[in-house]
Design a protein around this ligand. Structure first.
Ligand code: NAI
Ligand code: MG
Length: 504
């Protein structure tokens, strides 16, 4: 099933080759610059473990320069004070078009950096990034306040919605450009100035994006990129008093550090964190669709999604059938280098650290009595230098096991039977997380009742994984605070001002 694929890689585009051949810079105040320390770090190809490029290692001083540039632009510049909303829309729209035009280059950069198949970045990550910008390009002309009925005579009150100011965006590696765009698009549409800190595992597309913002006509200082490590560049951004807000996607562990780090100037913080989404298959579902849907609910993007359907609850009468079906589907999945000429369905996981973490969960599950019906190990052979994991389905697991409670962020699902609706709601909700949940049923009443009973920010019924720029996304409980996408994201990146006018 996991035959090593031919060694051959898809040829790099000339622009990608030249981009990788030089040190990948920081982007501050409209210029590509080196880090002040002159230090660099490596970004690696997870399919081979080999170095892809050297990247400038931003630290506190570089963050400080980026914040100064953003501050200068925000406090005195042209971006939102004098640029009309229509002109801001045009900038965002042009950037979306440029992303489409350079889609091949961006797709190669994200596939090389993250490992995922080129066909995926080309058909999912990059087009969705452009789509996000197209959606938010429509917003600058629609960010409105309200007029408020006031009791006091002769008093007029209205609200204004204004940008928060200088915003630090810290993003993860699972969808490098797309995760950045989920934040950037609404943040820029609202008129903020930004410092983007990409994940150290996948900084390439963010740095490439900077030149496109230049071409799209963004004034210097509006968009800055400081690559570097979380504890250095990330922590410096979080602690900086010139930063008004941090938008973060990543682990709950780092989120706690961010909340702590933000207390100095009480900056705003919004958090999109992990999950352990329950995926519930009822016996009355269209079972064939549930089988395919549940397989990809977990294995899509190699399980490296905060919404991965990682806790699979199957009603007892169909348990064996669903597991057999999913095992058969899983055996069809081809895993290989994302840039291979023969395109696999899944690539490697992102790095050695994630590989070790995932395999640790697998070993622990096995020693705790769970049984892998398919998968359960690292893929060797021709793929032994990369970080390849077999898509794994566990049965004989219990709700209290670590594989059933903690976010694995890898291609590992833990399947457990259930008997009744009443039982399953309580079990599904018995988690620290609340990002997403889903169910498969043909019973309309059950579907809508569970949509309300499940405690999560997104509910999928007879489908999985859908997101669109227009629909809000975010977590209950420890899956974070704030909602991205839709008009909610405009709220997330604006402040409300109340204005009182005495006219009598
Ligand atoms: P992470 O939370 O450490 O990294 C996410 C971002 O935060 C990166 O840009 C990183 O540089 C930055 N960061 C790290 N430490 C920081 C700090 N002290 N201050 C400011 N920024 C900091 O996630 P990591 O280590 O890459 O993955 C570990 C686990 O986190 C995964 O196994 C997964 O469970 C979870 N995770 C969840 C994601 C999600 O989308 N919900 C995305 C990435 C990871
Ligand atoms: Mg980390």
């Amino acid at each position: 099933m996991f035959d090593p694929l031919p060694e051959s890689y898809i040829a790099l585009l000339p622009e990608v080759e030249s981009f990788l051949s030089q040190t990948v810079k920081l982007y501050i105040n409209g210029q590509y610059v080196d880090s002040l320390s002159g230090e660099t770090f490596e970004t690696i190809d997870p399919s081979t473990g080999k170095r892809l490029a050297l990247v400038q290692r931003g630290k506190a001083q570089d963050v400080d320069n980026a914040v100064k540039a953003a501050r200068a632009e925000f406090d005195g510049g042209a971006w939102w004070r004098t640029m009309s909303p229509t002109d801001r829309s045009k900038c965002l729209w042009r950037l979306a078009e440029l992303i489409e035009r350079h889609g091949d280059e961006l797709a190669q950069l994200d596939s090389l950096d993250n490992g995922k198949p080129l066909k995926t970045t080309r058909s999912v990550d990059i087009p969705l990034s452009a789509e996000h910008l197209y959606y938010y390009a429509g917003w600058p002309t629609k960010i409105e306040g309200s007029t408020i009925p006031i009791n006091e005579r002769g008093m007029f009150n209205y609200t204004l919605r204004e940008p928060v100011g200088v915003v630090g965006l810290i993003v993860p590696w699972n969808y490098p450009l797309l995760m950045a765009m989920w934040k950037l698009a609404p943040c820029l549409a609202a008129g903020n100035c930004v410092i983007l800190k990409p994940a150290e595992q996948t900084p390439l597309s963010a740095v490439y994006l900077a030149r496109l913002t230049q071409e799209a006509g963004f004034p210097p200082g509006v968009f800055n990129v400081v690559s570097g490590y979380g504890e250095e560049a990330g922590a410096a951004l979080v602690a900086h008093h010139g930063v008004d807000k941090i938008g973060f996607t990543g682990s709950s562990e780092v989120a706690r550090k961010i909340v702590q780090g933000s207390i100095g100037n009480l900056k705003r913080v919004s958090l999109e964190l992990g999950g352990k989404a329950p995926n519930i298959v009822f016996a009355d579902a269209d079972i064939d669709k549930a089988i395919v849907g549940s397989t990809w609910a977990i294995f899509g993007n190699n399980g490296q999604s905060c919404t991965a359907g990682a806790r699979l609850y199957i009603q007892r009468p169909v348990f064996d059938r669903v597991i057999e079906g999913m095992a058969a589907e899983t055996k069809k999945i081809v895993v290989g280098p994302g840039m291979n000429v023969v395109q696999p369905n899944l690539g490697p996981v992102v790095n050695d650290e994630q590989l070790t973490r995932i395999l640790g969960f697998v070993t622990e599950a096995e020693s705790g009595g769970a049984r892998a019906v398919t998968g359960g190990g690292r893929i060797g052979g021709g793929l032994q230098d990369g970080y390849f994991v077999e898509p794994t389905i566990f049965v004989d697991a219990r709700d209290d096991m670590r594989i059933a409670r903690e976010e694995i962020f890898g291609p590992v699902v833990c399947a457990m039977p259930f008997d009744h609706v009443g039982e399953i709601v309580a079990r599904a909700n018995d988690t620290d997380y609340g990002l997403a949940a889903g169910l498969w049923t043909n019973d309309l009443r059950k579907a809508h009742a569970l949509a309300r009973a499940l405690r999560a920010g997104t509910i999928w019924i007879n489908t999985w994984g859908n997101t669109e720029a227009s629909s809000p996304f975010g977590g209950f409980k420890q899956s974070g605070y704030g909602r991205e996408m839709g008009k909610e994201a405009i709220d997330l990146y604006t402040e409300v001002k109340s204005v009182w006018v005495k006219y009598e």
